[in-house]
Design a protein around this ligand. Structure first.
Ligand code: HDL
Ligand code: ZN
Length: 414
């Protein structure tokens, strides 16, 4: 073990990783200015879709029973099934308890109504500052959808932005549901046609420029199904090649692809009903090769894709890979994937993002990931020391800043 070999070095690495502020490059969180769209507190923590999926497995109740409950009743039900009737040993359950611990809330009473009292005294704005402080997160990238009827009015009206919350322009409806979205764009005054004829592609580029400017977006993004292939003559790829990528080159917007989701394999679970399948890494390589002037960011959902994706990133300097996404965000897989990435890519990677949907989750997701990253780094720096190359504390701080968002900011030019 590296700790035996170089105990002081390992202690420094853990200290630095534990205390380096993070840029969390992909979340579903909202700036406090978004009011009711902000998700926080114990009931939102307990009704996180990861926990809904796990709780459904513990009951014979029909799904409609659960969906007919209030949020507090759903939280009570999940608390009963996953925390009281059996030990909360899964990563998602552990996360709720880590969050309570980091907030200084004693959960040993196991009394959910009593736990709720601790959250009732906060305002969303004050709570946001508290969570950012204990999570040591310096910047949070949101997922922002012009097509969302609840979110869009905030952007159209404008609001005072929280300095720590930045935007990413999410394009799934544009790229994956063009027929429906074309009608929406036309209604908004963009002269587009479903068959992409006329000035459609120019107008889509104008739409992208309008919203990227309005949001000051860091990058554009899409979640692609495992069947996505490039090259292939599809509407998705034509919009990508003739609108999104030219826009990206003109406006300096990197394009993020999150690939491998199979939406709604069990519809009765609603948002918790998605699954995964292995995706096609050669398609990512072909896109990077075809568009060397564009910058691509990528994460894949299947464990089976991770090694090939690392190799793809070795081949293309316009590809930056990130995160242990969703079903990969578990200690055993985070360690495996992070070790593989550092061995193959050094520091030119963003090992983790949180994908938080509930503000409080920032606390636990980073508290769980940091020690794993630290352990891998400690081993790698120990291996360096064994060659006679000794890193200084400031070099470790430089490197860890890179891994926790610095390399990403350099890559996207922000
Ligand atoms: O598409 C995505 O961005 C995914 O992260 C989904 O939002 C998924 O539901 C999720 O929350 N994963 O953590
Ligand atoms: Zn996400």
């Amino acid at each position: 073990m590296s700790a035996e070999r170089h105990p002081t070095l390992c202690q420094v690495v853990h200290e630095v990783v534990e205390n380096t502020p993070v840029f969390d490059i992909h979340t579903h969180l909202f700036d406090p200015a978004f009011g009711s769209l902000v998700s926080w507190g114990i009931d939102d923590l307990l009704t996180y879709h990861y926990l809904i999926a796990e709780a459904f497995r513990c009951s014979e109740q029909p799904a409609d029973f659960f969906w007919g409950l209030s949020k507090a009743q759903q939280a009570d039900w999940i608390w009963q099934h996953l925390f009281l009737q059996r030990s909360p040993i899964s990563e998602s359950c552990r996360g709720v308890l880590t969050t309570l611990r980091l907030l200084g809330i004693d959960a040993r009473s196991r009394d959910l109504p009593a736990l709720r009292q601790h959250f009732s005294k906060w305002t969303p704005e004050a709570y946001t500052e508290r969570i950012l402080e204990i999570s040591k997160v310096r910047k949070v990238c949101m997922t922002n959808l012009p097509f969302d009827d609840q979110e869009r009015p905030y952007w159209e009206k404008g609001f005072n932005r929280h300095p720590a919350f930045v935007a990413a322009l999410r394009l799934d409806p544009l790229l994956l549901e063009w027929d429906k979205t074309a009608a929406q764009l036309h209604q908004w005054g963009y002269n587009v046609r479903a068959d992409l004829s006329g000035s459609t592609l120019e107008e889509v580029r104008r739409f992208l420029a309008d919203w990227a400017t309005r949001m000051d977006s860091q990058y554009c993004m899409v979640s692609l199904p495992p069947e996505w292939r490039f090259p292939e003559n599809t509407i998705t790829n034509r919009l990508l090649q003739e609108a999104v990528l030219p826009f990206g080159r003109e406006h300096g917007q990197a394009f993020a692809m999150m690939i491998g989701v199979r939406r709604g394999v069990n519809p009765e679970l609603r948002m918790a009903g998605d699954s995964l399948a292995p995706a096609d890494v050669p398609s990512v390589e072909a896109l990077c090769a075809a568009y060397p002037q564009n910058k691509f960011i990528c994460t894949m959902l299947a464990r089976e894709n991770q090694h090939a994706l690392c190799v793809a990133a070795r081949k293309f300097r316009n590809l930056h890979i990130f995160g242990c996404w969703w079903f990969l965000n578990n200690p055993s897989l985070i360690e495996e994937i992070t070790r593989m990435r550092i061995e193959l890519l050094g520091l030119g990677v963003t090992p983790q993002h949180s994908d938080c949907r509930v503000l409080d989750q920032l606390a636990y997701k980073w508290n769980h990931s940091r020690p794993i990253l630290a352990e891998v780094l400690a081993e790698k720096y120990s291996d360096l020391s064994d060659t006679g190359w000794h890193v200084t504390r400031s070099e470790i701080e430089r490197d860890v800043h890179q891994l926790l968002g610095g390399a990403f900011e350099q890559f996207i030019g922000r």
